[in-house]
Design a protein around this ligand. Structure first.
Ligand code: CU
Length: 133
């Protein structure tokens, strides 16, 4: 009789080991929804420290470029290939500018470039170029 009882106990233990384990929490369920990554709107320039990001872009004529709110504390001085100032945004970011003429535009930050507020096509430091075609 004792032997039969041991067999029953063994059968119950085996059944418990083979039973599917519970997995009912939603945290363990695989997610079918991809996690979105940070994106930057098209034709938008940001500040990355004392660097414009991107440092160059090519856009079709008529494009509006946005310098976003990350540029607080910087300026955006846009000069043409002729060396004349187009505009100089010094505050109030985000700011936008629509490029209505083709050409190469040289952009610098008055604060982080030796050019300061001067119009120039050969600044160093915090600069970027925009090619409009
Ligand atoms: Cu700057």
């Amino acid at each position: 009789m004792r032997h039969a009882w041991m067999i029953v106990l063994g059968a119950v233990a085996a059944a418990m080991a083979l039973a599917p384990q519970g997995c009912t929490t939603s945290a363990e369920a695989p997610s079918a929804t991809p996690v979105p990554t940070a994106t930057v709107a098209p034709n938008t320039v940001r500040a990355s420290g004392t660097t414009f990001s991107p440092t160059s872009m090519t856009v079709p004529v008529g494009t509006t470029v946005t310098w976003d709110s990350s540029l607080a504390g910087h300026t955006v001085n846009i000069d043409t290939s002729a060396g004349s100032c187009v505009t100089d945004f010094t505050s109030g970011f985000p700011r936008t500018f629509t490029f209505t003429a083709t050409g190469t535009y040289f952009v610098h930050c008055d604060v982080h470039s030796p050019c300061g507020t001067a119009c120039s096509t050969s600044c160093t430091g915090m600069t970027m170029t925009i090619t409009v075609n």
